[in-house]
Write a protein that binds this ligand. Structure first.
Ligand code: HEC
Length: 136
């Protein structure tokens, strides 16, 4: 009985919620933006560099490898050496739209930005929060 109780405790503390229908919809819309939207820029999408939806290592157009986005949401807020300021995940996504896509980032309160953040965050579901940590 004691063993059963312990294993129940184990499973209940290790189970993560699965997103409800509203959030699931935002994640799916975000996934489309991620691989299709150029934000009026140079024709690149997020998936150009963070390939395979951000799962597994990314690849810059010049062939250089970059980390996956698999724990991205768990390591923000994070100090950005180049910008010399603390970035939230949203700041990072804005920076990538400006820099990588050379486009116009969606407004902070826009549904599109919320969708994109929801998708990128979904990749880190269940990962321990590790602010200022290293990308996987
Ligand atoms: C031209 C290539 C390129 C494109 C396109 C691009 N990124 Fe990035 N991204 C990078 C590079 C390089 C980094 C590494 C860190 C940096 O520059 O600070 C990065 C870092 C990130 C990070 C932080 C990951 C980590 O753990 O270090 C996130 C999140 C991210 N990008 C999301 C996006 C999203 C969302 C899009 C689409 C809107 C996008 N990126 C488009 C090149 C790109």
């Amino acid at each position: 009985m004691k063993l059963l109780g312990l294993s129940l405790l184990f499973f209940s503390t290790c189970a993560f919620a699965s997103p409800g229908p509203e959030l699931q919809k935002a994640i799916e819309e975000g996934k489309k933006l991620y691989s299709q939207e150029t934000f009026g820029g140079n024709g690149k999408t997020c998936n150009t560099c963070h390939v395979n939806g951000g799962v597994g290592p990314g690849k810059l157009p010049d062939g250089r490898a970059i980390p996956s986005l698999e724990n991205a949401a768990a390591i923000f807020p994070r100090y950005n050496q180049r910008a010399k300021k603390i970035y939230t995940l949203t700041d990072q996504i804005h920076a990538c739209v400006h820099g990588g896509l050379q486009g116009n980032p969606p407004a902070l309160d826009s549904e599109r930005l919320v969708d994109l953040v929801s998708y990128v965050t979904s990749l880190s579901q269940g990962k321990a929060l590790d602010m200022d940590g290293k990308p996987n």
